[in-house]
Design a protein around this ligand. Structure first.
Ligand SMILES: *[C@@H]1O[C@H](CO)[C@@H](O)[C@H](O)[C@H]1NC(C)=O
Ligand SMILES: *[C@@H]1O[C@H](CO)[C@@H](O)[C@H](O)[C@H]1NC(C)=O
Ligand SMILES: *[C@@H]1O[C@H](CO)[C@@H](O)[C@H](O)[C@H]1NC(C)=O
Ligand SMILES: *[C@@H]1O[C@H](CO)[C@@H](O)[C@H](O)[C@H]1NC(C)=O
Ligand SMILES: *[C@@H]1O[C@H](CO)[C@@H](O)[C@H](O)[C@H]1NC(C)=O
Ligand SMILES: *[C@@H]1O[C@H](CO)[C@@H](O)[C@H](O)[C@H]1NC(C)=O
Ligand SMILES: *[C@@H]1O[C@H](CO)[C@@H](O)[C@H](O)[C@H]1NC(C)=O
Length: 240
């Protein structure tokens, strides 16, 4: 009897510990997202308008300025922080907000690189970091964003070439890359983007790719050089 009670004790103890372990190994989605928002806040060093003043643990993060959650306030759906004179970097933790559908950081002073982890936000339908001070490569991981319809990276200092993986963003309707420091040629698969209605890549150092001359309409856009103005309504490319 005693030994069976002892057995039960250890049995229960063992499973309680296992339960604890499982819990500590996988924090809730909400905790992960809160941690990511805190990391985003902490990577912003200047907030002269006090926009993030209520980004504190006094209130639930779903009521923080610029944050929208689902109806049960468990998952973050959008982060909208535009024209707020914010200065800082974009934390790679943003990639942990797997339910994010919209990220709008337009017209601030975010500098540094666009973190590759944004490619983990596979539910994104809209992403804008335009009019900031970002530089470096356009992360090829953006090609994972199968649902993204609007992608605005214009008016930054992005350099290097346009990653070919962007052609995997097959939901794109608007791709705006103008006014950066991009070099090289357009990805050869750009024609895969059949729903692309607006493509802006002027004010870069792009060169016309030989292969694109096959699309006779394409020459319509580049009377002299691609570098000055590139706009590709897909209709004119004959994709519809
Ligand atoms: C809120 O955050 C502060 C600083 O990060 C911390 O010291 C405090 O314990 C937190 N309060 C709660 C209720 O979590
Ligand atoms: C979710 O958060 C919003 C904003 O704080 C609040 O107005 C709403 O009542 C909350 N909904 C639920 C179900 O908690
Ligand atoms: C946070 O601040 C914004 C405006 O700055 C306001 O709309 C919102 O209601 C505030 N949330 C809370 C919980 O005070
Ligand atoms: C969140 O993202 C960061 C940076 O990408 C990573 O180091 C960290 O492990 C992630 N945390 C969780 C809980 O997923
Ligand atoms: C992008 O710019 C940085 C800083 O000017 C430079 O170090 C880097 O080599 C550039 N990258 C490419 C691919 O041109
Ligand atoms: C696009 O996606 C396909 C399959 O999802 C993958 O095999 C391919 O390598 C991707 N292309 C690029 C350029 O990333
Ligand atoms: C663009 O890149 C060139 C060389 O790669 C460099 O000389 C120039 O300063 C860059 N311009 C900007 C605005 O970053």
């Amino acid at each position: 009897m005693a030994s069976s009670v002892g057995f039960m004790f250890w049995f229960v103890f063992f499973f309680s510990m296992l339960h604890l372990r499982i819990h500590s190994a996988s924090p809730s989605l909400s905790d992960v997202q809160l941690e990511a928002l805190v990391a985003l806040r902490d990577s912003i060093s200047e907030d002269p308008l006090g926009a993030l003043a209520n980004w504190s643990n006094v209130t639930h993060h779903c009521s923080w300025y610029g944050i929208t959650c689902d109806s049960s306030n468990t998952t973050v759906q959008s982060i909208s922080l535009f024209e707020l004179q914010l200065r800082g970097t974009i934390s790679p933790f943003i990639g942990n907000i797997s339910t994010l559908q919209m990220l709008d950081l337009t017209s601030n002073s975010f500098f540094g690189h666009l973190p590759a982890q944004i490619g983990l936000c596979s539910e994104l339908t809209g992403l804008s970091v335009s009019s900031n001070l970002l530089w470096g490569p356009i992360p090829p991981q953006l090609g994972n964003l199968k649902m993204v319809q609007i992608l605005r990276l214009e008016s930054n200092f992005f350099n290097g070439s346009i990653p070919g993986s962007i052609c995997n963003c097959t939901s794109l309707s608007e791709l705006s890359l103008h006014t950066n420091n991009l070099t090289g040629q357009l990805p050869s698969d750009i024609g895969k983007l059949v729903t692309l209605g607006t493509f802006l890549a002027y004010q870069n150092q792009l060169v016309q790719k030989q292969a694109h001359k096959e699309h006779k309409d394409l020459s319509w856009f580049g009377p002299s050089k691609w570098k000055s103005y590139v706009q590709l309504p897909s209709k004119l490319l004959g994709f519809h």
